[in-house]
Design a protein around this ligand. Structure first.
Ligand code: BTN
Length: 243
């Protein structure tokens, strides 16, 4: 992975750039930028991506799989980025389903997995990764919920080393996944996750469900048991962990 790198000083969104080249790009192509002027988050949110401080990148993969397997790639990426940050920065993030990495309860990483697919086959999967590495501070509206590795660690960290480590881990886990399936990755994901076994509130587009997070399925879907003992499969939501 990352044999071909498209490096840009400033883009609207690396995700948008990756979508544009995905069809002809070879698998493993990485689009990376120093700054995004219109970075995108999940659920139509924006993602602040100031210059030279974070990692803003999108990776193009072309697995021969049906589209419903795509959420697994969010979890593969979460495991890879968690371990990369642990190894390079010496701080251990925890994962909040489906795609947030937290340090001391605040978000340092978001992952956005998008597809170009036919009904039964993925053509390209575009994994957007945003890591807050060296921002010295956050705007007031984000300061309660977001942080950077350097704020939490008290010193700046090499972005290049983290990118290298992420790519290496992703390659390892993509190989593992292709050869042996999802089970080892699922195990690691569950061991790094903070929400499993806890009472959570899941806000989906169709409504809010409260319950206990039981774990994830082999497809990366969150299993939630409500107070009546009914088990819900949550495909997409924002979750809040209850005290
Ligand atoms: C989220 O937590 O909502 C996901 C955030 C994903 C941000 C990354 S930064 C690189 C890539 N390009 C984008 O526009 N978004 C993703």
């Amino acid at each position: 992975l990352g044999k071909r790198i498209v490096f840009k000083e400033s883009v609207e969104s690396t995700q948008k750039e990756a979508h544009q080249i995905a069809e002809e790009a070879e698998e493993g192509t990485l689009v990376i930028a120093e700054e995004q002027t219109a970075g995108r988050g999940r659920m139509a949110r924006t993602w602040k991506s100031p210059k030279y401080t974070g990692i803003w990148m999108s990776l193009i993969l072309k697995p021969e799989l049906p589209p419903f397997k795509a959420p697994q790639f969010t979890l593969i990426t979460a495991v890879a980025v968690t371990e990369a940050i642990r190894d390079v920065a010496g701080v251990m993030p925890s994962i909040k389903w489906p795609n947030d990495l937290l340090l001391n309860g605040k978000k340092i990483t978001g992952i956005l997995t998008e597809l170009q697919a036919d009904s039964d086959q993925i053509r390209s999967i575009i994994i957007g990764i945003g890591v807050n590495v060296n921002q010295p501070e956050f705007p007031e509206e984000l300061a309660e919920i977001a942080t950077s590795i350097s704020i939490e660690k008290g010193e700046t960290v090499s972005r290049a080393k983290i990118v290298q480590a992420i790519m290496k881990k992703l390659e390892t886990y993509y190989d593992e996944y292709t050869m042996n399936g999802f089970s080892l990755i699922k195990e690691k994901w569950e061991s790094y996750a903070i929400s499993i076994g806890r009472h959570i509130i899941a806000r989906t587009v169709t409504g809010t469900i409260r319950g206990k997070a039981l774990g994830i399925t082999d497809e990366g879907v969150l299993k939630l048991e409500d107070e009546n003992g009914i088990i819900h499969n949550i495909y997409s939501a924002d979750i809040e962990i209850e005290q």
